[in-house]
Design a protein around this ligand. Structure first.
Ligand code: UD1
Ligand code: UDP
Length: 366
């Protein structure tokens, strides 16, 4: 019997790791331990509830306005005790958060093998996204098993001289999650304000966008909403106080812009499906949108998800006020462009990534 410890701490990691936890728990060769760092609090619990998973540990490190140093130091100290007690055969981490980087590093320091889910995404710009590009490159140098979502991600790892035998293309577990959430008969009264209008779904939270970039993006969106009477913006705001302050400053008092609390992943996926267009700087949403066939204007200068650009669903538009304004006006008026971007094409696998990853781990320990 091998002990697999799955560790995560933020909303997107949870959404993509819960399907894997459920699959690991089905296999009798494994004892599966779930440890949360609690880098997020409410936004993490929301996901655990939807997937009905109870963790074995929660370090609960989150503090209001936490710095990268706070996260790093607190997780490292807490994780070491858990790793020493549990002595897992393999620790699984996800993607590019500080939770994942610090847990991979602490596992390495304790001579515990690391499997990296969603490995090989790159922009090769360490400040964009910040600090995620550093995190994921660093996890790649520590990991023993790399689960790449696409062939492109695998090529990135090969180009960095990682052992090809340790890299597996599995698809992205976000598609596994999507398969369980989307419902044809979904309805939500939060959407009533947008009846008979084009619903635009907005999210924005990246550290490198906090401040002026976020403010100028929001101003551009507000200008368009003031001009176009047939659109309505729904914005489930991230709980980061810095984001909320800018959102409240720019978007106050407008019946066509609705600011709501973060919604759980079941609601979010179905709201994506009900929307006309998405504006976001999120990573995960860039992966979900091509599968659902919803155009996304990406509020960033770089993306590590070129697959969605190639599929035609994503357009990188940055955060400059005039550019965001023009791009938004353009997609709202150009029907052909909108139709082209709306074709559902999923580059991220068949929704069985969790099964493939679990099979590979079983083989690895044979
Ligand atoms: C983190 C990840 C980012 C990921 C994002 C997903 C790092 C460095 N950043 O960024 O890669 O894209 O999560 O959302 O790992 N807060 C709450 N309750 C919550 C969650 C957050 O109040 O449930 C507030 C806290 O004040 C916290 C702040 O949001 O200090 C920022 O959270 P943090 O995890 O530091 O950064 P994110 O921008 O969420
Ligand atoms: N999401 C959610 N509720 C929300 C906003 C987003 O469940 O109110 C989901 C979304 O479907 C995606 C993930 O959260 O799966 C993206 O998380 P986030 O944007 O916080 O992080 P990133 O993907 O940028 O790391």
């Amino acid at each position: 019997m091998k002990k697999i410890m799955v560790v995560f701490g933020t909303r997107p990691e949870a959404i993509k790791m819960c399907p894997l936890v459920l699959e690991l728990k089905k296999r009798k060769n494994f004892e599966t331990v779930v440890a949360l760092t609690g880098q997020h609090n409410e936004m993490l619990s929301q996901v655990m509830e939807v997937f009905n998973i109870k963790e074995d540990y929660n370090l609960k490190v989150m503090k209001k306005n936490q710095s990268l140093t706070d996260i790093t130091v607190n997780i490292m100290k807490g994780m070491e005790d858990i790793l020493k007690k549990e002595k897992p055969d393999l620790v699984l981490v996800h993607g590019d958060t500080s939770t994942s980087f610090v847990v991979a590093l602490t596992s390495f320091y304790n001579h515990i093998q690391v499997g990296h889910v969603e490995a090989g995404l790159r922009t090769y710009n360490k400040y964009s996204p910040y600090p995620e590009e550093f995190n994921r490159q660093s996890i790649s140098s520590l990991a023993d098993l790399h689960f790449a979502p696409t062939q492109k991600a695998k090529e990135n790892l090969i180009n960095e001289q990682k052992d090809p035998k340790s890299i597996f293309v599995t698809g992205n577990t976000v598609i596994d999650a999507l398969k369980t959430t989307i419902k044809d008969d979904y309805d939500n009264s939060e959407l009533d304000f947008a009846k008979n209008k084009k619903l635009i779904l907005l999210t924005m939270h990246r550290r490198e966008n906090l401040g002026e970039k976020m403010r100028s993006t929001f101003k551009a969106i507000k200008r368009v909403v003031d001009e176009e009477k047939d659109i309505a913006v729904l914005y489930p705001i991230h709980l980061n106080p810095k984001v909320r302050q800018i959102a409240r400053e720019v978007f106050s008092d407008n019946e066509n812009i609705k600011l709501i609390e973060p919604v759980d992943v079941f609601d979010f996926h179905n709201i994506m499906k009900s929307s006309y267009l998405i504006l976001t700087d999120s990573g995960g949403i860039q992966e979900e949108a091509p599968a659902i066939g919803k155009p996304v204007l990406v509020l960033r200068d770089t993306t590590e998800r070129p697959e969605g650009i190639k599929a035609g669903t994503l357009k990188l538009i940055g955060t400059d006020e005039d550019r965001v304004y023009k791009e938004l006006k353009h997609i709202l008026s150009d029907k052909d462009e909108y139709e082209k971007m709306s074709k559902a094409q999923n580059p991220y696998g068949d929704g069985r990534a969790s099964i493939y990853i679990t099979d590979i781990i079983e083989d690895y320990f044979k």
